[in-house]
Write a protein that binds this ligand. Structure first.
Ligand SMILES: Cc1ncc(COP(=O)(O)O)c(C=O)c1O
Length: 442
């Protein structure tokens, strides 16, 4: 019915059933997860989540940029149901579903990436990329970036540039050389985007000259820094970085675990600058919650691996393969990336208006349906406002909106709803964000 509210939160949070479950959970499962609103999810459809107390929320998290097609898309649910009753696992053996999934994925990649291999998690994909870069070049040094997140496994955490996955887990993998990634909101130099790109490229060159033993294998980079705070480099930076790799004759891995499958308004982030990375790590949206991931590569690069060198116990199983196929069909038929671009523009415009009304919303950035809202104590000093960020997460949930935070300083709200969000859902959720933020600023 037009005008009817989508969200409804009728209990204080946590509601009674949520509170009881959270208490039991803490006694059974180790408490290692990050800060979240105290809500126990029961079910979800599209962008709407219902908790175990019957409260309804709009979701700006998509899990963590996973359910790009909307929660429980009926085509995906049906495909998985059909597959699971027939064959669940056959390890490395091909199944018809695996063959079709590989063909479908390769046909959606830029032409030069003509092979893929199915794995289970994003970390497994970035880990595999590190191994392949080393095997192909016979060298061992990998350039990574401050603030990068590629996962929590050994090579992934070592190449990443955040303290969380590494601190107290030393020693890390030898051969990682780390360079600065452009952070326009906190640029250390003047000269706008061009000045910042120039600064980062100069520092990269200097750092490599000072630290490399002459055994560079490649570069691993995110199209935007995800976990570090949805930090988007100026247009043209990734093109410069790719050129630099070509000049050095080393490989380039693009970590598209979270930036792909329409998230940035195109199928792949690399489409924005027509990049030609040698390897691409894919995760999250490829399975929309069904655990699957993949590495995409040029055949002459991944072809260096001998038989038996790369496999994964449940990677490419018939159930996740059925999911891969159904998801790509829906992406095409429902023009998911186009909706992300259109709705991203609409939402960004309103978020800019909210920024103008707010004392603490310092920066709104992003493309498509991945945007960061950086909260600061003061717009002049830009001192990070981590405590306010946590309070905003809870207040938004109380008002019917589920959000999460990221950031080196813990002060960036993720705006990453399912890519199927419509105008009514967008406006209602933006109203909640505006109300919640301004309530906290009173
Ligand atoms: C850019 C990027 N790479 C890798 C990973 C690791 O993926 P997973 O948690 O599936 O291992 C993540 C997860 O957030 C990510 O955002």
């Amino acid at each position: 019915m037009p005008g009817q509210r989508i969200t409804k939160v009728a209990t204080p949070l946590p509601g009674p059933r949520s509170a009881a479950l959270i208490e039991r959970w803490r006694k059974a499962e180790a408490e290692t997860t990050g800060f979240q609103a105290p809500v126990v999810w029961d079910s979800a459809r599209g962008v709407v989540v219902t908790d175990v107390d019957g409260n309804r929320y709009i979701d700006w998290t998509s899990g963590v940029l996973v359910t790009n097609l909307g929660h429980c898309h009926p085509r995906l649910v049906q495909a998985v149901r059909d597959a699971v009753g027939k064959l669940i696992n056959n390890y490395e053996c091909p199944s018809e579903k695996r063959v079709l999934a590989a063909e479908a994925l390769v046909s959606h990649l830029p032409e030069h990436l003509d092979r893929c291999f199915f794995l289970t998690t994003g970390s497994e994909a970035t880990e595999a990329a590190c191994r392949i870069m080393k095997r192909k070049t016979g060298a061992f040094e990998i350039v990574g970036f401050y603030g990068a997140f590629h996962g929590r496994t050994y090579a992934a955490a070592s190449v990443g540039g955040l303290e969380g996955p590494k601190r107290r887990y030393g020693p890390t993998m030898p051969g990682v050389i780390r360079a600065p990634y452009p952070y326009p909101y906190r640029s250390p130099v003047g000269g706008g985007d061009a000045g910042l790109i120039d600064y980062c490229m100069t520092r990269l060159e200097e750092t490599v000259r000072a630290n490399s033993t002459g055994a560079l294998a490649g570069v691993m980079v995110e199209p935007y820094l995800g976990a570090a705070g949805f930090i988007f480099p100026p247009d043209g930076y990734l093109t410069e970085l790719e050129k630099w790799c070509r000049q050095k004759d080393i490989l380039l891995t693009l970590d598209e675990v979270q930036s792909s499958y329409g998230r940035m308004g195109k199928m792949w982030a690399m489409d924005w600058e027509n990049l030609t990375p040698d390897l691409v790590a894919i995760g999250k949206g490829i399975g929309n919650g069904i655990p699957t991931a993949a590495i995409a590569a040029r055949s002459d690069v991944i072809g260096v691996l001998a038989s038996g060198e790369l496999s994964s116990t449940v990677g490419g199983n018939p159930v996740s393969s059925a999911a891969v196929i159904a998801i790509l069909e829906v992406m095409d038929e429902e023009k998911i990336a186009d909706n992300a671009l259109r709705m991203g523009k609409l939402m960004k415009e309103r978020l800019e208006e909210i920024k103008d009304k707010s004392r603490h919303l310092g920066d709104v950035r992003g493309r498509g349906l991945v945007m960061g809202l950086e909260l600061v104590e003061d717009k002049k000093t830009k001192e990070p406002a981590a405590e306010l960020t946590r309070r905003l997460i809870v207040r938004c949930a109380e008002n019917g909106l589920l959000i999460g935070s990221v950031g080196i300083f813990g002060n960036v709200i993720r705006v990453a709803p399912p890519l199927t969000i419509n105008e009514a859902e967008a406006h209602e959720s933006l109203d909640i964000m505006e109300k919640s933020l301004l309530e906290l600023e009173k």
